[in-house]
Design a protein around this ligand. Structure first.
Ligand SMILES: Nc1ncnc2c1ncn2[C@@H]1O[C@H](COP(=O)(O)OP(=O)(O)OP(=O)(O)O)[C@@H](O)[C@H]1O
Length: 770
């Protein structure tokens, strides 16, 4: 038996021992879980028997309440305990399959004996609860596994830095308790485990990377000091992966105060949301909340207002050039994305503090109960030193008082009696009981009618009261629209008249263009207050380069105390705004900021990265990971029919090669639709659109903005002809599309290819012509 085989046998023995230990622990926990479950069931069944209920005297009522509370607390404690044990059992189950992925032998400088540290997705103690059989990957000591190769190493603890030497670094692939692979790392880390992981087929859901986190990614994951962490990472550098492991890390470090409920991830699109949804549960952690920025804004606006999605905006930008209003819209997008526009809105709001705000009549049964003019004059009679939202609160209180007065008058009207007559028998019974309980001196019948009249009016006016409480009496949309109408500005940008005209027309249809959505919600917040969710402690923004300066300013306003992690890549900035301001380093976020650059690309083969970096801005900094593959192929054809025929053959070839996910990535939806019509009879192909929230293996066809953040075994770009991708925005689109490929990239062009391809030396790709 050679040394390697001996080592492997020793390690397999250890794995067997650990698995046995896991089984023992699981057995004990399962038993405890059963007992607890029985307890919970019993407690629920006997809940009322164990509570002393006595409502005779006020003191008895208080005692009864206390008794119920105590019983409920006992029950929820037992339920929590049961939940916790189940979580532990789930982790043990995962550990049983693959107890660990790494081993470090470490000698501290102050010690003489080395310690063998095995690292896995959760900790495990021996049966005496004395020694760690497995260390959680997030434990302080585990960081040396990610940060160092054999030799000198150190890690931070709460008590200071601990230094020493790594004498062995070993990686494992363990499945079903059997070691399938075992690699020792030399002084230069030839990461065989990573090679293996990246060589696999792409998955339709993202995987965790804890076994192979790289040093620079570990910095992102373990950063706790900065309020704003900004990660500029090239395509495929593991930004999203690092962000998700970072969430798991932060939850582990702040177990008591941080959970999935107070972390929000802003995803680029719903497809991406489901793509990343498995990572945290796979690590035994609760998922964070996920939303797109569009969904977030929609949750803040009245459902009667339609918001254009960023994808609709994108589609228009890419295809609407022949439209008469195109140029105006483009200039409008740029201006409304800037903080200059925010300044304009701020000026406008301060003017509205003293005049011009629009209100709505409060009407009931087609009658105006309180006119907008009265509301306005009440609002402007209030002290102007009081902030607008606070004044709104006062108006709301005043209006509720007015409605209460109206309620009393209304009760006497004939329509009320008509409605009383239509009431159900139960209502009459209720009225009867009420009058009896009151011991009313009045004639009982009169008392009942009075009660029923009150109830009818109260019920009918309740929705008005609700609306008043949520400040619906303020005409936010009309007030915002006035900004584009009669309002006189001091400084206006070029083409303001046309922008105003276009915006005014859309707002009149209760339609908010994407570029107006954030400004509108911001404006609304300044009038009626923004319902900030203070429980959100950490915000993660993926594809951060696609957010405008205005959007960042807004996020800072609504999440002033929230830590943020921003992940992006300027080369993948595909939305059209923000050319004037470097949005990815928002100027508001200048304090307590740390910026980390990730320059190594892990997703694609070396050949694909070396090709795509030729047309990326500052592409010379992009480092490929050393994984070999075929050169990207550019197929130059003469006609569309030719292209279609060869594209079908190429798709079949790629599937035959063993690829499972194959994406045909178009520039826009229009191109997708046209191509889908052609391909659907010849290939089994699925078209992805706004309604698609998850995808399966096979051939997919989708526009590049839906492919953001996702990857595929092979990518086909159906049309990268000279006229198709032109200019900076298209450069980023094309770069984003190409960098979705893990193993193979094929690009078609009808006649000459686009200039970006030509920026790559001819030895970086192979060209095939008819
Ligand atoms: N340390 C790692 N170990 C294993 N796989 C990794 C590692 N880092 C990145 N990857 C893999 O590389 C691919 C790209 O990662 P990810 O999607 O996180 O990158 P990204 O920077 O967010 O990409 P993009 O901006 O291009 O969408 C994924 O398949 C991911 O699993």
């Amino acid at each position: 038996m050679n040394q390697e085989a001996k080592d492997r046998a020793v390690e397999q023995n250890r794995v067997d021992d650990v698995v046995q230990e896991i089984e023992k622990k699981a057995g004990i926990l399962t038993q405890r879980s059963h007992v607890l479950k029985e307890n919970v069931v019993k407690l629920r069944r006997n809940f009322w028997e164990d509570v002393t209920v006595n409502l005779d005297e006020p003191d008895d009522v208080i005692e009864t309440q206390a008794s119920i509370k105590q019983q409920a607390e006992l029950l929820s404690e037992k339920e929590r305990g049961h939940g916790k044990i189940n979580d532990q059992l789930k982790t043990l189950d995962r550990l049983k399959d693959s107890p660990y992925f790494g081993r470090i032998d470490f000698i501290e400088n102050t010690e003489s004996e080395k310690e063998n540290i095995y690292i896995g997705i959760g900790s495990l103690m021996d049966y005496k609860d004395e020694d760690f059989l497995i260390y959680d990957w997030r434990a302080p000591i585990s960081s040396i596994y990610y940060d160092f190769t054999p030799g000198k190493a150190s890690y931070e603890t709460v008590d200071g830095v601990i230094s020493g030497e790594i004498t062995l670094k070993r990686q494992f692939i363990i499945r079903n308790g059997i070691i399938k692979g075992m690699f020792d790392a030399g002084v230069t880390i030839g990461d065989k485990l990573l090679q293996q992981a990246l060589g696999n087929n792409a998955s339709t859901t993202m995987k965790s990377i804890v076994a192979t986190i790289q040093k620079e990614q570990n910095q992102v994951i373990r950063n706790e000091a900065s309020k704003y962490l900004i990660v500029q990472g090239v395509a495929g550098s593991g930004k999203t992966s690092a962000a998700l492991q970072r969430i798991a890390y932060l939850m582990y470090r702040n177990r008591e105060v941080l959970n999935g409920e107070n972390i929000v991830l802003f995803s680029p699109n719903p497809l991406f949301s489901s793509y990343v949804a498995n990572v945290l549960p796979e690590l035994g952690e609760e998922n964070m909340k996920q939303t797109t920025f569009l969904e977030y804004l929609e949750s803040k606006t009245s459902s009667s207002i339609t918001i254009e999605s960023p994808f609709e905006q994108m589609e228009y930008v890419l295809t609407g050039e022949d439209d008469g209003g195109y140029l105006t819209k483009m200039i409008g997008i740029e201006y409304k994305s800037s903080t200059e526009f925010k300044t304009m809105i701020d000026d406008y709001i301060s003017r509205l503090g003293s005049e011009g705000l629009l209100f709505k009549n409060i009407t009931f049964r087609k009658e105006v109960l309180v006119s907008k003019e009265r509301i306005s004059s009440y609002f402007y009679s209030l002290d102007q030193a009081i902030a607008i939202p606070n004044r709104m609160e006062l108006v709301s209180k005043w209006l509720l008082g007015e409605i209460n007065n109206i309620q009393r008058n209304e009760q006497k009207k004939d329509w009320v009696l008509e409605e009383v007559e239509l009431l159900e028998k139960e209502d009459y019974l209720k009225a009867y009981r009420h009058v009896q309980d009151q011991n009313d001196d009045e004639e009982s019948l009169e008392g009942e009618e009075k009660y029923l009249r009150q109830e009818v009016v109260k019920k009918r006016l309740s929705s008005i009261k609700r609306q008043i409480k949520s400040y619906r009496f303020v005409h936010v949309l009309a007030s915002y629209r006035k900004l584009f109408g009669e309002y006189e500005h001091v400084n206006t940008p070029v083409n303001w008249e046309q922008i105003s005209h276009q915006t005014f027309a859309k707002l009149s249809r209760r339609f908010l263009s994407w570029e107006d959505a954030t400004p509108f919600v911001y404006f609304q917040g300044k009038l009626i207050g923004d319902t900030t969710d203070r429980s959100i402690r950490h915000l993660i923004i993926d594809e951060a380069q696609d957010y405008s300066a205005f959007q960042y300013a807004y996020l800072q306003e609504v999440f002033p105390y929230t830590n943020m992690t921003l992940l992006g890549d300027l080369n993948q900035g595909i939305y059209t705004h923000g050319t004037r301001e470097h949005t990815f380093l928002p100027k508001q976020m200048r304090e307590n900021v740390e910026k980390i650059d990730l320059t190594k690309s892990y997703r694609s083969t070396k050949q694909i990265v070396e090709f795509t970096r030729c047309f990326a801005t500052e592409g010379e900094y992009i480092q490929p990971f050393n994984r070999e593959g075929d050169l990207p192929t550019v197929v130059q054809v003469d006609t569309i029919d030719d292209r279609n025929e060869r594209l079908i053959a190429e798709a079949k070839r790629l599937l035959h090669k063993g690829h499972e996910t194959l994406a045909v990535i178009c520039k826009n939806l229009q191109e997708c639709d046209e191509l889908h019509q052609i391909l659907r009879n010849k290939l089994s192909v699925t078209k992805i659109d706004e309604e698609t929230h998850s995808f399966h293996k096979g051939i997919l066809i989708l526009p590049v903005y839906w492919a953001k953040g996702i990857e595929f075994d092979a990518v086909i770009i159906p049309d990268a002809s000279a006229g198709q991708y032109v200019g900076q925005n298209d450069r980023n689109l094309f770069y984003t599309a190409c960098t979705r490929a893990m193993h193979d990239l094929t690009i078609f062009s009808i006649h000459q290819p686009c200039t970006f391809i030509k920026e790559a030396p001819t030895d970086k790709y192979q060209i095939k012509k008819n």
